[in-house]
Design a binder for this molecule. Structure first.
Ligand code: GLC
Length: 515
């Protein structure tokens, strides 16, 4: 029957987050760019991912690393030209890779012509495109944690910004804003992009009463708590637009509310997001109890409404998974086995396939006002410094152990995290159980997490040991180790022993597996 044929591409792939500034530098100016990315597409194809999500590459003053956009329909010269983006789409498609852009609907840059007009006078036709008030309330902004309102001397009112003062929030209640932003989506969809990751989509609808929120008194920011019905109406409009295009275009939302139950609501009745990020697993420490709860929560909250889950353990806003799990390579490798064997679409943040740790910044090298530079460091391609970043020194220092973790070093090593990721992705591509199968928890030692994935005759069992001690996980019958996080024992009978911080995927002896 092939479940694959009946399910959309985005359920069958692993998505790779490209942070373009730090991926690959094509012109030697020390900042990654689109030509650099195009030149490395074969690396991503060989890794085995199916789609790329590109963090913003639009013209921007870069107060928030490109999440402050001053033109939604062009490319910042730092990254290249529109023609490079067209080439990226076509080169990605030639290799069977989908391309997702980052869509930032909640706010523009304060240098966007719309805002320049809006702030120019109270009776400007674009005044109402943003949110102006005579009096601020107690809402708190993210990144700097200050007030979400900034006073404008020229027009003598406050404007709202859920992030930096240089990122004024758009007023999605204004139909012209809705239309203008729909045009932005059409612009990129017409050029052939396969969908969007939507930045803080839960923030677009605002409480129309503008009442103080007691949670802001307690230090929370609006981005953590904003959850208004109007955001769902906005999303339904975006979904109608996207569904109108051929080819299964996809909307993946960043719903930054730390509640899986709330996140589930943003799938609507299959008329809002196709998929949403869900952050509790990204916040979780390396602890089987916490992960067990996170996974159960996803299965129960999203399973009930057949909403397809996502899994991400790192991104450009948070410390890398290896750094968060204490720097241990064994843990990072075991986490990869878990990430790539759960039910849902996994996201790999660039460089996690190399087991990179956060870079260390000093007061001199620090760039992000929100202190998020750690995970944003340039990828080391070549073993020798400057690691494939010829020319000017890159915009952030390389992560620790760049020589040992460089792509070139890992490709030639007999065992490496890069090779583990390739193997995991290969096995996932060749197993319907791993891609699309049901998930069932299995009883195990409290320091282990074990689950079964199954789809028709295809079946895999995954077991992760979170402990520093060896444990046993007994299985009836003969099982073969298909993937081991430390490579030990692959293709051999599984004897039930799991070393410290080790994870395995096993299949029944005789399974027709190509790995
Ligand atoms: C999202 C982005 C983050 C950015 C913020 C404002 O959370 O991931 O990098 O600072 O939105 O656009």
């Amino acid at each position: 029957m092939s479940v694959t044929q009946h399910s959309t591409w985005w359920k069958n792939v692993v998505i790779y987050q490209v942070y373009p500034r730090s991926f690959a530098d094509g012109n030697g100016d020390g900042v990654g760019d689109l030509p650099g990315l195009i030149a490395r597409l074969d690396y991503l194809k060989a890794l085995g991912v199916g789609a790329l999500w590109l963090s913003p590459v639009y013209p921007s003053p870069m107060c928030d690393a490109g999440y402050d956009i001053c033109d939604y329909t062009d490319i910042d010269p730092l990254f290249g030209r529109l023609a490079d983006l067209d080439q990226l789409i076509s080169e990605a498609h030639k290799r069977g890779l989908k391309l997702l852009m980052d869509f930032v609907p909640n706010h523009t840059s304060d240098q966007h012509p719309w805002f320049i007009e809006s702030r120019s006078s109270r009776d400007n036709p674009k005044r109402d495109w943003y949110i102006w008030r005579d009096q601020p309330n107690n809402w708190r902004a993210s990144i700097d944690g200050g007030s979400a309102w900034t006073w404008d001397e020229v027009s003598q009112q406050y404007y709202l910004h859920f992030f930096l003062p240089q990122q004024p929030d758009l007023n999605w209640h204004n139909p012209q804003v809705v239309e203008a932003m729909h045009d932005v989506l059409r612009f990129w969809l017409d050029r052939g992009v396969d969908g969007f990751r939507i930045d803080v989509v839960h923030c677009v609808g605002k409480d129309p009463t503008f009442a103080d929120d007691p949670r802001c008194m307690a230090g929370e920011t609006m981005v953590q708590i904003n959850d208004q019905p109007y955001s769902h109406e906005v999303l339904r409009g975006l979904r109608r637009l996207v569904d109108h295009y051929p080819g299964d275009r996809v909307l993946i939302g960043e719903v930054n509310i730390r509640s899986t139950a709330r996140v589930a609501a943003y799938y609507g009745a299959s008329d809002e997001l196709h998929m949403s990020f869900n952050f509790p697993p990204l916040d979780a420490p390396w602890d089987p109890v916490v992960f067990r709860l996170c996974i159960r929560e996803v299965e129960s909250c999203l399973g009930q409404q057949s909403a397809w889950p996502t899994w991400a353990l790192s991104n450009h806003d948070n410390s890398r998974l290896r750094s968060r799990y204490g720097g241990s390579l064994a843990r990072a490798n075991a986490a990869a086995v878990m990430l790539l064997s759960l039910r849902g679409t996994p996201f790999i943040f660039q460089g996690d396939e190399l087991a990179l740790e956060d870079t260390q910044v000093t007061a001199q090298t620090r760039v992000d006002p929100g202190g998020r530079d750690g995970s944003r460091a340039p990828l080391p391609w070549l073993s020798q410094a400057p690691h494939g970043w010829s020319g000017k020194a890159p915009w952030l220092p390389f992560p620790p152990d760049a020589e040992a973790l460089a792509v070139q070093t890992q490709e030639t090593a007999s065992h490496s995290t890069l090779k583990l990721y390739r193997r995991l992705l290969h096995c996932r591509r060749h197993s319907a159980a791993l891609r699309l199968g049901a998930w069932e928890e299995l009883p195990s030692h409290p320091k282990l997490l074990a689950y079964r994935r199954y789809c028709g005759d295809d079946e895999r069992i995954v077991c992760i040991n979170f402990d520093e001690a060896q444990h046993t996980f007994a299985l009836a019958g003969d099982w073969i180790i298909e993937v081991a996080s430390d490579r030990q024992g692959e293709n051999q009978l599984f004897d039930g022993t799991l070393g410290a911080q080790k994870a395995v995927i096993v299949c029944r002896k005789g399974t027709d597996h190509e790995c």
